[in-house]
Every structure is written in structure tokens, then in C-alpha cells.
Design a protein around this ligand. Structure first.
Ligand code: DX5
Ligand code: ZN
Length: 224
């Protein structure tokens, strides 16, 4: 598969692996490493077996940074709270196809609110489930782990899905950015880039000790 030379690959740090007691320090680390986006994982303890944060934390992040806030909603009935996330300052809101029976309406509402609209697919969810709404998507997020936790092992089925979406992208079926989330590290980064990913979400491979060095190594592996 050929990649157009203008395609930009970038790494999106996932705050799930940040130090929640010192979140601002970790945001500063992202800024110092010239990140352009912060991936914010919202979990409800229902759609996924874990709980994180909601709109109040997004508005606090909005107060301290101009970086793109890429909000990944791992919650049931996301349509009930997208207005709140937009008001809190999200730049992009991604909902899961598995919990969005009225995906067309939900994506249209996200765009109406002035945010980029994203749709995420679990490893077991086929691409066919979003084929008819691709024209409304600014972001398609392919999960390469079952969502809910950081530090899980990469599931290779994501590569096939990225490659198929790349074909749809190139055949003009939508103007979306291809994003991948879960188990992205120096070993898997070259694989997802080769398959067509443009935004690589990474948590455990970046945070902890030596954020700057980890970012440098991951960028090198991804060729960006
Ligand atoms: C998982 C989240 C991810 C998570 C990725 O459900 O959506 O964004 O932070 O973590 P790593 O990069 O550690 O797999
Ligand atoms: Zn995520």
C-alpha cells in the first residue's frame, strides 16, 4: 500500500498512563516534547470495566493547555453527554460504534457542536458497521486492545482493519484520520504506520520515567 507523501504521522500521548496526582506536570512533559494532542480516556465502569474521569477534568485540562484534546468516550449512551464534553472544551469527541445505535445522529451532533467527530471500533467490531457513516467521520479509531486498561498486548487484527480503512480512504469514501489505540510501542509502531495509521495513541510506552526519551524512541520507530 502506498502512502501519500503529505501524510503526517503523529503520536498522541494517552493521559490514562499519566500521574493523576500530578497531571499538569505530565501535560507539561507532553508540551516540552512538542506533542500537538492529548488523548483523554473517559471510562464509565459499564461499557468498560474501569472508571476514569469526566467533563470536570476535561475543563481543567482546557484551562491549562491549548493542545488538541482528543476525548475518547468509552461509555454507554455517549449521546447523552457529548454536549457536556464539547462545553468542557473537547476538540475531538470519539464514540464507540458498539454503544451508538444512532451513530449517524450522534456524529452529526458532535460536528454541530464544533468538534471533530470520531468513531471507535473494538477489535471484534467489523468495519462494515461504520461504512455508511464514514463521510461524517473526522477520525476513525481502531482499537488494538480491548478497551479499558493501559499496558495491554497489541492485537494484530487491528492491522488488517487499518489496511482496509486505508483503501476506503484512498478511494474517496471519507476524509478521516486513521488513529490506532492500544499496545503501541517501538515494536508495533512501524507495523501500524505501514498499515496506514496516522495518529498513534500511546500511554504506557511513554509515561513513567524518561517521557522525552520514550517519545523520541517511539517517533523514531514510527518514522515521524
Ligand atoms: C485503552 C485506552 C488507551 C490506553 C492505551 O482502553 O483507550 O488509550 O491508554 O494504553 P497503552 O498505550 O498502554 O496500551
Ligand atoms: Zn483511548
Amino acid at each position: 500500500m502506498t502512502r501519500p507523501s503529505e501524510t503526517q504521522i503523529h503520536i498522541a500521548p494517552s493521559l490514562l498512563s499519566a500521574d493523576f496526582m500530578h497531571l499538569e506536570d505530565d501535560v507539561k512533559r507532553c508540551v516540552a516534547a512538542e506533542s500537538t494532542v492529548l488523548h483523554c480516556d473517559v471510562m464509565d465502569g459499564h461499557f468498560v470495566p474501569n472508571l476514569t474521569f469526566g467533563p470536570p477534568v476535561i475543563s481543567q485540562l482546557r484551562r491549562i493547555t491549548k493542545l488538541e484534546l482528543d476525548v475518547h468516550l468509552m461509555i454507554e449512551t455517549p449521546e447523552r453527554s457529548i454536549d457536556q464534553y464539547a462545553s468542557a472544551g473537547a476538540d475531538a469527541i470519539t464514540v464507540h460504534a458498539e454503544v451508538s445505535p444512532h451513530l449517524h445522529r450522534t456524529l452529526a451532533r458532535i460536528k454541530e457542536l464544533g468538534c471533530k467527530a470520531g468513531v471507535a471500533l473494538n477489535p471484534s467490531t467489523p468495519i462494515a458497521s461504520i461504512e455508511h457513516v464514514l463521510s461524517l467521520c473526522d477520525i476513525v479509531l481502531i482499537m488494538s486492545v480491548n478497551p479499558g486498561f493501559g499496558g495491554q498486548k497489541f492485537i494484530p487484527i487491528a492491522l488488517e482493519k487499518l489496511a482496509s480503512l486505508r483503501v476506503l480512504q484512498q478511494s474517496g469514501r471519507g476524509d478521516f484520520m486513521l488513529s490506532v489505540d492500544g499496545g503501541v510501542d517501538v515494536t508495533t509502531a512501524p507495523l501500524v504506520v505501514e498499515a496506514g495509521a496516522e495518529r498513534l495513541v500511546a500511554g504506557s510506552a511513554l509515561f513513567g520515567s524518561d517521557f522525552a526519551g520514550n517519545m523520541q524512541r517511539l517517533r523514531q520507530a514510527a518514522g515521524c
